[in-house]
Write a protein that binds this ligand. Structure first.
Ligand code: DX5
Ligand code: ZN
Length: 216
């Protein structure tokens, strides 16, 4: 089965008109809302935390896909689950052992995602492919929206796709960073299931049309 899901990243939304931006997401063909949580330690930027989960949940009718770019995710994953996350992901390189953290999320009945930055060997995800609902390959270094897509990501997608298919797994592959209407088709063709797009959606003249184009 082929998935072609689009998850606009709310990091690039207009926070002064958040409800309007979320209503646009509701009207659009977007599948999920991607939520980037940054702590200023794991990444050199701070975004937002729990308080914004309230309006995200209140105004957004689409599943909330939480991407934690934080140290010590084990301390916070349960609170994000309780705050209404549909899936919670954290970075493999942020923990010593991802398994107990994945278990905390799963125990809440929430989908799990394991993420790696571009400088982490993609092979390190292999032992976890049957233990998570999704893997997220960063196609820019986590921390900021609006960066340029790193082309080497393409081979990593193909590698993980092959591994997932060979083992008959249903694990989803999500790609995050520098995704736009020009490279979406190629990313899906390489085996991605979910594309995150921030600036390419919220910076577009017609965001709904941009989402439509990425999906088709
Ligand atoms: C980067 C975040 C991304 C970011 C993507 O650290 O994880 O989700 O919002 O933004 P664009 O699509 O603008 O690269
Ligand atoms: Zn993200």
């Amino acid at each position: 089965m082929e998935n072609k899901l689009i998850a606009p990243s709310v990091l690039s939304a207009d926070f002064g008109h958040l409800a309007q931006d979320l209503e646009m997401i509701n009207r659009s063909e977007a599948d999920w809302l991607h939520i980037d949580v940054m702590d200023g330690t794991f990444v050199p930027n701070i975004s937002f935390g729990f308080p914004l989960m309230v309006p995200f949940r209140q105004y957004c009718a689409k599943p909330l896909d939480v991407h934690l770019m934080i140290v010590h995710p084990e301390k916070y994953v349960e609170r994000f689950c309780d705050a209404g996350a549909w899936s919670v992901g954290f970075h493999l390189e942020a923990v010593e052992d991802p398994l107990p953290v994945l278990e905390l999320i799963r125990a809440k009945g929430v989908r799990t995602c394991l993420t790696i930055n571009p400088d982490i060997d993609v092979k390190r995800l292999v032992p976890y492919l049957d233990k998570v609902d999704m893997v997220l390959l960063m196609s820019v270094f986590a921390g900021f929206g609006g960066q340029k897509f790193i082309p080497e990501t393409m081979d990593k997608i193909r590698f993980i796709r092959q591994e997932i298919d060979r083992r008959g797994l249903a694990t989803l592959i999500e790609i995050d960073g520098g995704v736009n209407t020009a490279n979406a088709a190629e990313l899906f063709a390489a085996g991605a299931d979910v594309l995150v797009a921030g600036s390419a959606v919220f910076g577009a003249k017609d965001p709904e049309e941009a989402i439509h184009q990425m999906k088709s």
